[in-house]
Ligand binder design. Sequence first.
Ligand SMILES: Nc1ncnc2c1ncn2[C@@H]1O[C@H](COP(=O)(O)OP(=O)(O)O)[C@@H](O)[C@H]1O
Ligand SMILES: C[C@@](O)(CCOP(=O)(O)O)CC(=O)O
Ligand SMILES: [Mg+2]
Length: 308
Amino acid sequence: MRSAASAPGKVILFGEHAVVYGKPAVAVAINRRTTVTLEDSGEMRIDIPSLGISFTGESGTPAGGILDYIMRALELYHDGSPLRVRVDMEVPAGSGLGSSAALTVALIGALDAYHGREAGPDDTASRAHRVELDVQGAASPLDTAVSTYGGLIYLAPDRTVRRLSADLRDSLVISSTHRSGNTAEMVASVRERYERLPEVMSMIMDATEMITRTACRFILENNLEPLGELMNINHGLLDAMGVSTPELSMMVHEARAAGAAGAKITGAGGGGSIVAFCPGTAGSVAEALGRKWNTLRAEFSSEGVLHL
Ligand SMILES: Nc1ncnc2c1ncn2[C@@H]1O[C@H](COP(=O)(O)OP(=O)(O)O)[C@@H](O)[C@H]1O
Ligand SMILES: C[C@@](O)(CCOP(=O)(O)O)CC(=O)O
Ligand SMILES: [Mg+2]
């Protein structure tokens, strides 16, 4: 028996970290996908060639890292029979592009096909979110929702997902530091600052919410012009939360100097990537950032999880 599924990575345009505290967020799926293939096997085996991982789960072999998401999903949604799991990742791990969510959603899609289960997107997103929660200790449904539904989405405070429509073609540039961030660690560090300075952090999260709601309103009015400035303000608030680094802020300022209308951290921060909004200037921004960092002109992806 063989089954396979793929799911996209994502960039967060507004609201990361605040979304963990019930605030809204806006994120978009990108055409970088993770594909999971399952095959009957005599032994449990997990291969992730791009990470040099070939894990057989020998007793006592530590899992760790991205394997934790796979092991948890198998615990919850597989029957324990030996399986060969192959993961092909176009979404680099720890880059703020939702590698953990893309992998988890694709794995659940492949497991459902393997077990002959029919599951709608809401159910897939919900089960994938449970895996991220269990592994990370805290996680909003944002990343797993984007990888499941695809497209440009607004995650509302009541956790409903609204599909938005905006022409972001050739407008997004993603640049990645050489240092991966770790979502679990960054989410924990924000929580610690929140516990130390609750009134201050609560206002920062409220301000982030106002930015996200304002951005959503402009997108619904098909007015994308103000988005750059709103992204810049959002980046400043992420810096205030403590998740930026000197390198990420340098990248953001270089992107703006090269013509980006706006630029900010995408994802958990502490490493990972920035996203720049560059309508009409994507070439010059990508060229400037590409001199120092891994940079790509991301294409929007309307497709979420796909059964292959
Ligand atoms: N080289 C690697 N080998 C195995 N796991 C890795 C590697 N690099 C990062 N990881 C793990 O991959 C996961 C990435 O998920 P996350 O931290 O949510 O980042 P993102 O979702 O932004 O890609 C983390 O558990 C991290 O520890
Ligand atoms: C920081 C956060 O808002 C987004 C994390 O994004 P990523 O795992 O770094 O791609 C956490 C969450 O929403 O669960
Ligand atoms: Mg993640």
